[in-house]
Design a protein around this ligand. Structure first.
Ligand SMILES: O=P(O)(O)OC[C@H]1O[C@H](O)[C@H](O)[C@@H](O)[C@@H]1O
Length: 609
C-alpha cells in the first residue's frame, strides 16, 4: 500500500517529524509546529460527476425521485439493516440458515446515499466532499469497501481508503488537523460472527445517530428503486453496480495509511501523562504488557503504541488480522477471550493484559495476576480514575450495571446515572447532561464501550487502555499496589446471569417489544410480591427483587439492540437467588407470553441444573 508520502501528498504522516495539532485530552489541540497542510483530496475545482441514473446503468428509467413510492419490499430490505446507530447484516454465506442481507449492491446504494446526505448536511457539493473509509479484517471487507467507494464516487466524492483501521481512528480522521475528512465510515460488525458485516458513519460531530442512519437507508432505498426497479420489486442490483463501477474515475480513491498517525497520537498521550523524568520517550521501558487483539484490528496497539514506548510485548497474542477469527472472537465480554488473555498474562509474567474487540472501540484489561477487569469492574476502575481527576462528576452507564457498581461510584463521591443499553445512548446522555450543566466526565457500558469528555466523547477502547496503562505505570513507579486494589471495595453480586432468549420469528422486533410491555404490566400488576418495578424505562424494565434481610437483587428484560433476542439479566445477593428469580421469570413467560415464539431453553437449563 502506498503511504500518503509515497503517493505524493505533502502532509506529514508522523508526529515525530514536527509535532502536529491534535484535539488533545482537554479537548484543546495539543499543539506542535503549526504546519499549513493542504487538505488531501480536496476535489475542489473538479467537475461535479453526473449522478448515477437508471438509464446510465442500462435499466428503464423510473419516475423522478420524490414522485415515486418506493416499493415496500425495497424500503423494508434497507431499513431492516439498521441496528441502533449502525448498519449491520449478513454479508456472506457460511452459517446455516443465515441469508445474505448486506450485499455489495446494497452497500453501493448506501455509499451513494451517504454522499448525498453529507452534501446536504454540510451544504457542500458532493464533488467537493472527502470521505475516509476503513475496515476491520472481515473477509467481506474488501468487496464491500469497493462497493461503498463505487457508490460514493458515482456522486463525485473523493475517498481515502485507510485499509485496516479502528473505529475510533476513523472519527479522528474527521478532526485531525491536516486531514479533517468531511465524513468517515468503518466497515465492521464488531464482535459478531465472521459472516456478518456492517457500517458505522462519522462526521466531525461524532457518530451518526439512529434517525440519521434511518435517513441514509431511506435515501439508499430510493436510489435503488430509481436505478433498479424490477417487476417483483426485488433488489438484484449487482449488475448495475458493476456497470457503474466500470464507469467510475479511479483517481477518486486513494490509499492512505492513517493508523500510524492515530498511534502517534496515543503515544504522545502516554508520554505526556507518565512524564518519566529519566526516560520521557520510552516511558514503558521495564514493563511487560500483553495485548490480545483476537485477530481483529487492535494489533497496532501492541506494535505501534506500546512497543515503540519501550514495553515488552512479546507475550501478546492474536495480533495478526484474520477475518475468520480462528482463536476466539475479539470481545472483552466473551468468557473464552477473557480467559485466553488471563492465561497469556500469567504465562508472560506481565504487568498488564489488554483485550480489544474487533474494531477497537471496546477494551477490557487483566491485572498482573490474571484477574479480569471487564464489565462492572472496568467501569469501576475507570470511575475511580475519573473521579480522582473530577471529584463529584456524574458517571453514565448502561442499564445492566450492578447495584455494587452504583454503591462504589457513590462511595467515591460520584453520581451514578444508570441509563439505557447501547453505547450511543449512554454517550448521548452524557453529552446531554453536560449541556445542561451537569458535569459528566465518563460514560461507559458493561460491554466495554467507554467515552470520556476530555477525548471529545469519543467511544474509544484504545483511549481507555491508554488511561489504564498510564495508571498502572504510575502506581508501580510510586510503589503502590496494582490496579486491582483500586476496585477492592467493589461489591460483586453473589450470583448473576444474562439469558439471551431467541425469538423464533424473522419479524422479531415487535415480538421483543410486546414481551417487554407484558413484563412491565405483569410486574405492575403486583402478582410477584417481592418484585418492585423501577420508574425509569431503560428500553426495557428493571425490577428490584426483595430477597429478604434487607438484601436486594434485580432483573431486567429488554429487546436486544442487534439480534432477534430478548435479553434478560438477573443478579442476586443470596445463595440460590438466581434460581428463585429465574423460576418466577419462567412463570411469567409461560403464563403471560405462551403465545409468543420465544425459546426459553436457557432459563430451563438453569432450573434443571
Ligand atoms: O442488545 P445486545 O444484544 O445485548 O447488544 C447490545 C450491545 O451491542 C453492541 O455490542 C453495541 O456496541 C453495544 O453498545 C450494545 O450494548
Amino acid at each position: 500500500m502506498l503511504t500518503a508520502l509515497q503517493s505524493g501528498h505533502r502532509w506529514p504522516l508522523v508526529v515525530g517529524s514536527g509535532r502536529r495539532e491534535w484535539a488533545g485530552r482537554s479537548g484543546v489541540p495539543i499543539s506542535g509546529r503549526a504546519t499549513d497542510i493542504p487538505a488531501p483530496l480536496t476535489g475542489r475545482g473538479r467537475k461535479a460527476k453526473t449522478r448515477l441514473r437508471a438509464s446510465a446503468v442500462g435499466v428503464e428509467e423510473a419516475p423522478a425521485e420524490g414522485s415515486m413510492a418506493v416499493g415496500d419490499d425495497v424500503m423494508r430490505t434497507f431499513l431492516s439493516l439498521q441496528q441502533g446507530s449502525d448498519v449491520r447484516g449478513v454479508a456472506m454465506d457460511g452459517i446455516p440458515g443465515e441469508q445474505v442481507t448486506l450485499t455489495p449492491g446494497i452497500v453501493f446504494f448506501i455509499g451513494a446515499a451517504f454522499a448525498d446526505w453529507l452534501a446536504t448536511k454540510l451544504s457542500v457539493e458532493a464533488a467537493s466532499l472527502r470521505v475516509a473509509v476503513g475496515r476491520d479484517p472481515r473477509l467481506t471487507g474488501p468487496l464491500l469497501r469497493s462497493s461503498l467507494a463505487a457508490g460514493m464516487c458515482s456522486d463525485g466524492v473523493s475517498m481515502a481508503d485507510f485499509g485496516l483501521a479502528s473505529t475510533p481512528a476513523m472519527f479522528m480522521s474527521t478532526i485531525a488537523t491536516g486531514y479533517q475528512y468531511h465524513g468517515a465510515i468503518i466497515i465492521t460488525a464488531s464482535h459478531l460472527p465472521f459472516n456478518r458485516n456492517g457500517l458505522k458513519f462519522f462526521t466531525a460531530e461524532g457518530g451518526l445517530d439512529k434517525p440519521q442512519i434511518k435517513e441514509i437507508l431511506e435515501l439508499a432505498a430510493q436510489k435503488c428503486a430509481l436505478a433498479a426497479v424490477n417487476p417483483s420489486n426485488q433488489i438484484s442490483s449487482t449488475a448495475h453496480v458493476v456497470e457503474a463501477a466500470l464507469a467510475l474515475d479511479p483517481s477518486l480513491v486513494q490509499e492512505l495509511d492513517f493508523m500510524p498517525i492515530y498511534s502517534a497520537h496515543l503515544r504522545t498521550i502516554i508520554k505526556e501523562t507518565v512524564n518519566r523524568d529519566d526516560n520521557f520517550d520510552k516511558p514503558l521501558e521495564g514493563f511487560t504488557i500483553v495485548v490480545d487483539a483476537g485477530n481483529g484490528a487492535g494489533g497496532f496497539f501492541a506494535t505501534d503504541v506500546l512497543a515503540k514506548l519501550g514495553a515488552d510485548i512479546s507475550g501478546s497474542q492474536f495480533l495478526d488480522p484474520d477475518g475468520t477469527f480462528p482463536n476466539h472472537m475479539p470481545n472483552p465480554e466473551d468468557k473464552e477471550a477473557s480467559e485466553a488473555v488471563s492465561r497469556a498474562v500469567v504465562a508472560a509474567g506481565a504487568d498488564l493484559g489488554i483485550i480489544f474487540d474487533t474494531d477497537v472501540d471496546r477494551s477490557g484489561v487483566v491485572d498482573e495476576s490474571g484477574f479480569a477487569i471487564n464489565s462492572n469492574r472496568m467501569i469501576a476502575l475507570m470511575s475511580a480514575i475519573t473521579l480522582r481527576e473530577h471529584p463529584g462528576s456524574t458517571i453514565v452507564t448502561d442499564s445492566v450495571t450492578s447495584n455494587g457498581l452504583a454503591a462504589f461510584i457513590e462511595s467515591l463521591g460520584g453520581k451514578h446515572f444508570r441509563y439505557r443499553r447501547g453505547y450511543k445512548n449512554v454517550i448521548g446522555k452524557g453529552i446531554e447532561l453536560n449541556n445542561k450543566g451537569i458535569e459528566t466526565h465518563l460514560m461507559m457500558e458493561t460491554s466495554g464501550h467507554g467515552a470520556v469528555k476530555e477525548n471529545r466523547f469519543l467511544d474509544d477502547g484504545a483511549y481507555m487502555a491508554v488511561q489504564i496503562v498510564t495508571e498502572m505505570v504510575r502506581r508501580k513507579r510510586d510503589g503502590k499496589a496494582g490496579i486491582r486494589s483500586i476496585i477492592q471495595d467493589l461489591k460483586e453480586p453473589l450470583e448473576a446471569k444474562e439469558y439471551r432468549i431467541k425469538i423464533k420469528d424473522p419479524e422479531f422486533k415487535p415480538i421483543a417489544l410486546e414481551a417487554t410491555q407484558r413484563f412491565h404490566d405483569f410486574v405492575e400488576g403486583g402478582s410477584q410480591r417481592n418484585w418492585q418495578l423501577e420508574a425509569e424505562n431503560h428500553e426495557g424494565w428493571r425490577v428490584v427483587v426483595d430477597e429478604g434481610d434487607g438484601l436486594k437483587g434485580w432483573c431486567l428484560l429488554r429487546p436486544s439492540i442487534h439480534d432477534p433476542l430478548c435479553v434478560l439479566n438477573v443478579e442476586s445477593e443470596v445463595e440460590g437467588g438466581l434460581k428463585a428469580t429465574t423460576q418466577q421469570l419462567v412463570a411469567f413467560f409461560t403464563t403471560v407470553c405462551g403465545d409468543l415464539p420465544l425459546d426459553l431453553s436457557p432459563l430451563e437449563a438453569v432450573l434443571n441444573a
